[in-house]
Each structure stands twice: as structure tokens, then as C-alpha cells.
Ligand binder design. Sequence first.
Ligand code: SAM
Length: 289
Amino acid sequence: VLYQTPDVSKPRYVRVNTLKLEVDSALLELGEKYMVQKDDMVPDLLILPPGCDLHNHPLVINGSVFMQGKASSMVAAALSPEPGWEVLDACSAPGNKTIHLAALMDGKGKVIACELNKDRVKRLKDTIRLSGAANIEVLHRDFLSLNPKDPAYAKVRAILLDPSCSGSGTVAQRLDHLLPSYASGHDEIDIRRLNKLAAFQRKALAHALSFPAVERVVYSTCSIHQIENEDVVNSVLALAASCGFHLASPFPLWHRRGLPVFEGAEHVLRTDPVEDKEGFFVALFVRRG
Ligand code: SAM
């Protein structure tokens, strides 16, 4: 087991759950104890001073705010679903992004939250309960087994795909790589694991692009590996174009973009595991409805 010391050099972020509390009320309440300001990029995200611990804060306990980092909060915001839409969260547990989608939609419309793993479905349901969202339908299924032609998904206009990944963009994983026990032999296993993950990610992204009414698809990982990020996006570009999709630029003012390994890689965005605390990757496909 690896015990992490929290990184106290970087600001803390919380996302206000606007289904339960208005951003200005959260600002007032948190402002009694901390210096708080709004993030200038991600809606409903608040910045708190480094090192402050909100785990036991009443607003966290009652689901009015969620401790969610900036990089992670950029994912649902990049999809930006509109109130009243039907949206599919393809790989959803523990549900941080699912409830963010519901909040962005003002609780109007429907979020279908698909999750394969039974135990993680329980965590997903707990997260949803805490958020107070009433428009989320949980689907205990393999996303790849959903038939895009099924009338149940005929109105799905946006898909968030945040599949299982190596997690190499998170601190614990990076420290793990520094452990002395991480000796030769493991590298090979790592590459095999990455290839397996990437194969699933490519399949899942192609599947997401095949839903007939979908206008926006976000693909995200918390990995720093090109094979799980740019390579996955690159592998579906021809298919995406044949279905009428193009790569759009989420958060165009964000300076860290994709590795320049295919034409258009500047559209996708990355966050840095050290500078931005978590290494995320976000790609947004769009087509006209
Ligand atoms: N989006 C989530 C959040 O922000 O809380 C995190 C998702 S996590 C990276 C990936 C999830 O996908 C895991 O819970 C995993 O069990 C689930 N998963 C993996 N393969 C799947 C599949 N074929 N269909 C549906 N869910 C799957």
C-alpha cells in the first residue's frame, strides 16, 4: 500500500452542486472560513487556498459541494449538455461526472449512467443519492453491448466516455512507478496492460460515435500515455469523419493541447500531472444535429 502525502502546494478545488446550492451561496458560506474565488474557466468550480481540508465540511457531507479537481471538472463541462437533452455516460462509476452532467442540465432531461461493474454500480447509486439528482437512470450493463439502434437510445444527443484507463495521470500511480520493487519485468506487463486498455478504449470510442442522434462525444482519460489518448482519437478519425463528426476545441484558451502526432491534435487538450495536479486528456467530437 502506498500512502500519499497530500500536495499542499497547489490550490484546492470544489465543484458546487447547483442542484442543491447556488454558487454565490457556496461562495458566501465557504468564504466565512476561507479565501474563495470562482474559477475563470470551468463553471461552478471554486478555488480554495492550498492545504485546506474540506473532507468534513457540512457542505461536502450533505452533497452541496463535491471535492472534484479542475482537470476532472473540465470533462463534463467540455461536453456541455443542454437542459432537456438525453445524455449517456458510458462508463460512469463512481459517478462524479454523471452528477456533474445532471447539474449542467439543471436536472432537466435524462442522464443514462451505464456501468459494468456491480460493486461500482453501488458506489454510483450512492453518489447520485448524495447529489439529489432525480433525472439519472442507472444501467448495469456493458456499454459495448448497448445497441445504438435500440429505440431506447434514439434520443441520446451526447455521450461522455471516460473509460477504464491506466490512471497514470494521478499522483498515486506516478509514485508507484518510483517504488524500488517496481523492477524489470513489470514494464512488459505494463505495456501489455496498456495495449489491452487501449484496445477497449478504441472500440468504446468507435461505438459511441455510432449512436444515430448523437451530436457530441467527449472522450477522456486520466492517463498521460499517448497510446490511451492521441492514438485512440487518431484511430477513429476516419470513422468519425464518415459519420459527420469533426474534432472541436474544448476550452480553446487552455494552453496545454495534444501531442502533435496527428493533424488536428491541437484540438484535444491535456492537463499536466504535476503543474495541474492531475494528468487528464479530453477530446470533443461534434456534428450538427
Ligand atoms: N466517469 C467516472 C467518474 O468520473 O466518476 C469514472 C469512470 S472510471 C475511469 C471507468 C469506469 O468504467 C469503471 O467504473 C469501470 O468499471 C467502468 N467500465 C469498464 N468497462 C466498462 C464497460 N464495458 N461498460 C461500462 N462500464 C465499464
